[in-house]
Design a protein around this ligand. Structure first.
Ligand SMILES: *[C@@H]1O[C@H](CO)[C@@H](O)[C@H](O)[C@H]1NC(C)=O
Ligand SMILES: *[C@@H]1O[C@H](CO)[C@@H](O)[C@H](O)[C@H]1NC(C)=O
Ligand SMILES: *[C@@H]1O[C@H](CO)[C@@H](O)[C@H](O)[C@H]1NC(C)=O
Ligand SMILES: *[C@@H]1O[C@H](CO)[C@@H](O)[C@H](O)[C@H]1NC(C)=O
Length: 672
């Protein structure tokens, strides 16, 4: 390439940056070339001996999938440390562990070992979007009840620390703070007002002032103080930004719409690639780029070791187990965040005797420090992205060697700063008591760090810490709607495929047939390693859940996770209420009432994800067929989750259920 073209390009790029909404054709061409040049690393087949990376798309029940399935199926000595707020690996290319999960996008894969295998879960984008809206509001609403001097719980990765919630939750907090107090200042007239409400699928009338519920109202009640207040639409009310407004808001485009495709492409808002935002602009502006990248995403996903879908969560779990060379009867292992590679569970390192859990005094004083360090990590990441963008611009514009060298150094420096910042955060976190997510650190202790971790690993009971993990508000509040397929009326048109588009592009690796063949061969030859990454033989009994297996543990764990997230959701949302007693309550019934126009709007913003999800369904069906052929298909029994009906006085936000007998008597008395 001559010198002139890049110079011209740089000018165009500069212009396009200022008009981010409309990137030029030339800029998009350059970015596409750059993308294809830099992002060619693909997932490799899983052999049982290579790193498995779970690309966790937010709101796909990925948390359940990871904690209740992948983690339990993986011996603790082979698991990587938790990685939701930041990757806690000291050496990305040689992580010394075999199961890693994070909300990072595919751009992280280029930093992982060359043979890393990848798996993911996809979801109907409409359900995913609704779920994200509901979840962000739920978490944001908790801030309404917090005292002014509220301090974050120590040692937990708060949802607010995890992308994309790190943006969405403050966004909704600000929205709620501008709306809720005004609504709650309204004063009810004497005698109150009757309002139509819905709870556990029942509709009835409630009068907050009288604290009374009724199935039917008398004429007098019906006209009391201006009449009956209508049922509150949780997706459209005065307390919080409506679903429609949110779907049209730039932040939804930035962080949610087509998010699964962007994550697979490695071009999300959280990408390690500095030009990701511009490139997303190109996909939006130019149909040819969009189509091309959809094809890249599909080809990429076809190389994944497992692709499942949230709407078939239990089938996906069974398929994943088969795809990873296990069976649903394989052993399940418990263990919390400390039960990771290097901290026990191998014959070489197992020691006897249980230690008492240590508590560090002054743990709460670490809270502020942790928050600061987490902030520094985010800032360092931002600086790295900026530095990368500048370097790429300079390279494109054929800037002089000195300048490029300078910028390159700046990128290296920024990268090192990010690593340092992450290390500091990890180290500080490790000083927390173990039950708060740290290593139980106690600086006065003379035991070594690893020894302490090992003792803690031994001490933890055999069962159950994974529940706390899901429910305790670690990243866990995923609320995996296990059985909730939500409003999915418009799914059928998703079949339309840009399948043919591939031919035009040299990048396309191999036909679907071939890819599928590769995967088939791969999962038949998997032999799960029986050592940790250092070659120490695993202790097969370590943290093994007695008399159980993966399938049983998955069902138990997934159902429990859902039950907890349901009840937590209800409690959190109780803060979002009118003085008349009506509150924002997301439910299946309420989803069904969302106007088609709003659903169509969301769909129209998620065309890529709709197609990717369709491919996911197709791949899952195919994989199940392959497993059946191989005699390795063993479905996980889906047990419908039991809903608790009726009031539980202890839970906040519950309305009293109307008492039918009493009401009938009332009625009869009135008629006398
Ligand atoms: C990371 O591991 C690789 C492969 O073992 C090694 O070559 C490299 O030096 C390591 N990097 C660091 C920073 O330890
Ligand atoms: C409202 O009535 C129910 C019983 O119908 C009772 O359990 C609840 O405590 C009452 N709430 C208030 C705020 O008085
Ligand atoms: C409420 O009214 C409906 C008809 O309008 C009636 O069928 C039902 O029995 C009534 N319920 C009670 C508890 O009175
Ligand atoms: C990510 O999105 C947030 C919210 O829209 C925005 O403030 C931030 O600048 C974006 N970051 C990048 C790197 O694009």
């Amino acid at each position: 390439m001559g010198l002139r073209a890049p110079v011209l390009l740089a000018v165009l790029l500069g212009m396009a940056r200022q008009m981010a909404a409309q990137p030029s054709h030339a800029e998009c061409q350059a970015l596409t070339d750059h993308y294809l040049d830099k992002h060619h690393k693909e997932a490799e087949p899983y052999t049982g001996k290579n790193l498995l990376y779970f690309l966790h798309v937010p709101r796909t029940a990925g948390r359940t999938f990871h904690s209740c399935l992948l983690k339990m199926a993986t011996h603790p000595a082979r698991r990587c440390p938790k990685a939701y707020d930041h990757l806690r690996l000291t050496n990305m290319t040689n992580p010394n562990c075999f199961l890693l999960s994070s909300h990072d996008d595919f751009s992280v894969v280029s930093m992982l070992p060359p043979d890393a295998a990848v798996l993911t879960q996809l979801r109907d984008p409409l359900d995913r979007f609704l779920s994200a809206y509901e979840f962000a509001i739920e978490v944001a609403s908790r801030s309404l009840k917090r005292p002014k001097n509220y301090k974050k719980k120590v040692g937990r990765i708060a949802t607010e620390d995890v992308w994309p919630w790190s943006y969405l939750i403050p966004f909704f907090q600000a929205d709620l703070q501008s709306k809720v107090p005004k609504v709650q200042d309204q004063v009810l007239p004497e005698g109150g007002r009757w309002a139509e409400v819905e709870q556990d699928g029942d509709r009835f009338y409630y009068n907050k002032v009288l604290n009374k519920s009724k199935w039917n109202l008398t004429e007098e009640e019906r006209t009391l103080n201006g009449g009956v207040l209508p049922l509150l639409d949780p997706y459209n009310n005065e307390l919080v930004m409506s679903l429609k407004e949110f779907a049209e808001h730039p932040i939804a485009t930035e962080l949610l719409h087509n998010g699964a495709t962007f994550q697979v492409l490695g071009i999300t808002n959280y990408s390690h690639w500095g030009d990701a935002a511009q490139f997303r602009g190109c996909l939006k502006a130019q149909a040819s780029v969009e189509e091309h990248m959809l094809q890249v995403a599909k080809d990429r996903v076809r190389r994944f070791s497992h692709v499942g879908t949230t709407d078939r969560l239990f089938d996906s779990a069974a398929a994943a187990v088969g795809s990873l060379g296990l069976s649903t009867d394989s052993p399940a292992y418990s263990g919390g965040d400390d039960d990771v590679a290097g901290h026990g569970g191998t014959r070489a390192s197992r020691t006897s005797g249980g230690a008492q859990r240590r508590h560090t005094r002054g743990a709460s004083s670490l809270a502020a420090q942790l928050q600061l360090l987490a902030k520094l990590v985010r800032e360092a990441r931002q600086r790295l992205q900026t530095a990368q963008t500048e370097l790429v611009d300079a390279q494109r514009s054929g800037g002089d060697h000195g300048v490029i060298e300078l910028l390159r150094n700046r990128v290296d420096k920024a990268r090192q700063d990010l690593i340092d910042a992450q290390d500091k955060l990890s180290t500080t976190r490790d000083q927390l008591p173990a039950d708060l997510g740290g290593a139980g650190g106690d600086s006065s202790s003379d035991t070594s760090y690893h020894h302490r971790r090992r003792l803690l690993a031994e001490e933890e009971g055999s069962h159950g810490s994974e529940e706390g993990d899901i429910a305790s508000g670690h990243v866990g509040e995923e609320g995996a709607p296990v059985t909730d397929t939500g409003a999915d009326g418009a799914g059928a048109d998703s079949q339309a495929d840009a399948e043919g588009a591939g031919e035009q592009y040299p990048l396309d690796s191999e036909g679907e047939e071939e890819a599928s063949h590769r995967r088939r061969l791969a999962f038949r030859n998997i032999e799960v390693g029986q050592t940790d990454a250092f070659g120490n033989p695993l202790d097969p009994e370590f943290k093994k859940i007695a008399n159980s297996n993966i399938a049983a543990e998955f069902v138990r764990c997934a159902n429990r996770a859902q039950a907890r997230s349901n009840s937590r959701r209800e409690q959190s949302l109780a803060a979002l209420s009118y003085p008349d007693g009506r509150s924002v309550l997301f439910s299946k019934a309420a989803r069904k009432r969302i106007p088609a126009e709003v659903l169509d709007l969301i769909r129209s913003h998620n065309k890529l994800d709709t197609q990717l999800h369709a491919l996911g369904l197709e791949m899952l069906a195919k994989r199940i067929e392959e497993l059946k052929e191989a005699g390795n298909w063993d479905p996980v029994p889906e047990q419908p989750h039991e809903r608790r009906k009726g009031g539980d006085g202890k839970r906040t936000g519950r309305l009293p259920r109307p008492d039918e007998e009493e009401e009938k008597i009332d009625d009869e008395l009135r008629r006398l």
